[in-house]
Design a protein around this ligand. Sequence first.
Ligand SMILES: *[C@@H]1O[C@H](CO)[C@@H](O)[C@H](O)[C@H]1NC(C)=O
Ligand SMILES: *[C@@H]1O[C@H](CO)[C@@H](O)[C@H](O)[C@H]1NC(C)=O
Ligand SMILES: *[C@@H]1O[C@H](CO)[C@@H](O)[C@H](O)[C@H]1NC(C)=O
Ligand SMILES: *[C@@H]1O[C@H](CO)[C@@H](O)[C@H](O)[C@H]1NC(C)=O
Ligand SMILES: *[C@@H]1O[C@H](CO)[C@@H](O)[C@H](O)[C@H]1NC(C)=O
Ligand SMILES: *[C@@H]1O[C@H](CO)[C@@H](O)[C@H](O)[C@H]1NC(C)=O
Ligand SMILES: *[C@@H]1O[C@H](CO)[C@@H](O)[C@H](O)[C@H]1NC(C)=O
Length: 599
Amino acid sequence: MAFKIKNAHSFLLHHHLITTIITIIIIFHKPQTTTATLITPQQSLTNTTTINSLGGSGSGRGHWIQLQKSIGISAMHMQVMKDNKVVIFDRTDFGPSNISLANNRCRYDPRDMALKIDCTAHSILYDLTTDTFRPLTLQTDAWCSSGAVNPNGTLIQTGGFNDGYTKLRTFTPCPKNNDCDWEELPQNLSSSRWYASNQILPDGRIIVVGGRSSFSYEFVPKNANDPSFYFFRFLQITRDSNPGEENNLYPFLHLLPDGNLFIFANRRSILFDYNHNRVIREFPIIPGEEKRNYPSTGSSVMLPLNLTGSKTGLIEVEIMVCGGAYPGAFDYAKKEQVFLEASDSCGRLKVTDSEPEWVMEFMPTPRVMPDMLLLPTGDVIILNGAANGTAGWENAANPVLHPVLYRPGLVNPVLKFELLAPASTPRMYHSSAVLLPDGRILVGGSNPHRGYDFRAYPYPTELSLDIYNPDYLGPEMDQYRPSVDTVEVVNHTVEYGSLFSVVFSLKEKRDINGIRFSMVAPSFTTHSFAMNQRILFLEVTALEEVVNSRPESPQGPVKSVYKAMVRGPGSFTVAPPGYYMLYVVHAGVPSVAKWVHIR
Ligand SMILES: *[C@@H]1O[C@H](CO)[C@@H](O)[C@H](O)[C@H]1NC(C)=O
Ligand SMILES: *[C@@H]1O[C@H](CO)[C@@H](O)[C@H](O)[C@H]1NC(C)=O
Ligand SMILES: *[C@@H]1O[C@H](CO)[C@@H](O)[C@H](O)[C@H]1NC(C)=O
Ligand SMILES: *[C@@H]1O[C@H](CO)[C@@H](O)[C@H](O)[C@H]1NC(C)=O
Ligand SMILES: *[C@@H]1O[C@H](CO)[C@@H](O)[C@H](O)[C@H]1NC(C)=O
Ligand SMILES: *[C@@H]1O[C@H](CO)[C@@H](O)[C@H](O)[C@H]1NC(C)=O
Ligand SMILES: *[C@@H]1O[C@H](CO)[C@@H](O)[C@H](O)[C@H]1NC(C)=O
């Protein structure tokens, strides 16, 4: 179902909805499976006569729980750190938050637009191990900013608004004493980086691209011969002239294994050699009228990089873009409080093809402000956002509570998208989501208002954190769940292209042919884009059972231990240096990740 016919959209939409509803019914009525194998198109094409309503009833796979009713701030930006803590922040000029700064401190900022003296925090550190959090201190406004974790595990946060436009801040984990806080660096960015995107580079530096009215990019840190910034025409030509409706903010960046950057803004995309400030090629414009970047916010991922068959050195790379809004949607929302239906389309582009073409597919529901996250299994989850309107204050309606599971490898276009169990909390503008080391999804934020508004109806400022547990975390999957015993590396480091061993166990002896090893770079997520996110499936050169502790007596403890030799990614461009979450995946069920450092 690769559609290239423009005007057939409404027909296709109908056709698609009907088939989708059939699929939903099938999936909702599927008896509890006891095997972890994915349903195949053949298995699931049974039919049923009962009609379920779409959404509402708690049906769909996986389940939601509320982790915290209030963390005091609204989780607009999130980054998981290598010590299993999550840095979360919103903005300093929202007014008083619901959490005080530590030690009765207050922040005095004559330039703050809401409170010159503010004794509340606008950032917290969430500890996943203990489910507790503590306030952090931001000195200047980090609103609508960007970030990336450098190779030594320090979060480098770039830009923001007002007194934070050109700020650089770092947050370095302190697993032992837990007293670390934000540090604001004395040096500044060259331009205001408000709604910019970042990507960690093969040399461990960070590229910061764009920002409101900043048609440029720059590096952090800069090399001696770097100018302060580089003019970037692509951002000028992809900006819609309608005031407010730029449609190219928070551009989608993906570092490709060949070392070039894929950059997508509005409807256009390029392959960019940032070392020589040169556009290598322009890809076809994505079909459909929809705009994909802020405020017509969609999302994007680079689909899994399969290194298991990369002996030729060639790795196929596909970029996927989903959701967004139709032209004019921002103005309709802003001026007339009319919320146009969002885009329901996704495009996939195999950027390594000699003549790549977008292949269009359709989500079960329209969605603007979707978060797209890569799961350790290689599937994609699409969650949060709304079915009408755009990003921006008071600009959206009709929250989409159902996440969608997208299985890139399935051929049947309808079964590829599965509606999952619905959340109970709408996550509208200024919400976010990140993958956790144990395979859960952390979801927070939502504040479509100018300041904190805890009583707004129907979309109050959300201070809560939720967890979505994909169904691979269900108790019926425990029997398949691998656990990683040891990762043996030299000098605490996975070396590029070198073998390292992973010892893991299963509750009983299993067919281990399908075992896979994925390495996931944790994302800096904000405004529906998970920056720096990537997943690599590693090459396995040997896999054997080392202990089978299954005793003769069926009552005894059962455990099978296996050892795999796994090859680290081949180069800095395939996997920029830094900390990754290493998962063992068996029968679609991931282990808890071990953090590995590659450099
Ligand atoms: C649906 O079920 C009916 C009754 O069991 C059967 O006759 C029909 O062939 C089925 N349709 C499909 C598409 O499997
Ligand atoms: C603010 O935090 C307190 C706990 O510290 C909580 O009881 C209250 O519900 C929170 N307010 C909101 C609006 O979430
Ligand atoms: C990590 O990088 C940050 C930012 O460049 C630096 O401030 C910090 O000292 C580094 N830490 C270590 C342990 O090298
Ligand atoms: C950075 O910018 C601030 C004002 O925003 C200024 O006070 C400071 O001197 C600048 N620092 C440098 C190193 O230019
Ligand atoms: C990765 O590539 C290998 C070799 O081409 C292939 O056998 C395997 O099925 C691929 N895995 C995935 C998940 O696509
Ligand atoms: C969403 O868009 C659809 C299609 O244009 C429209 O029928 C519906 O009323 C809109 N919903 C809201 C809440 O604006
Ligand atoms: C281990 O890594 C550190 C930090 O990169 C390096 O200084 C040291 O030489 C390495 N040791 C060995 C034995 O490779």
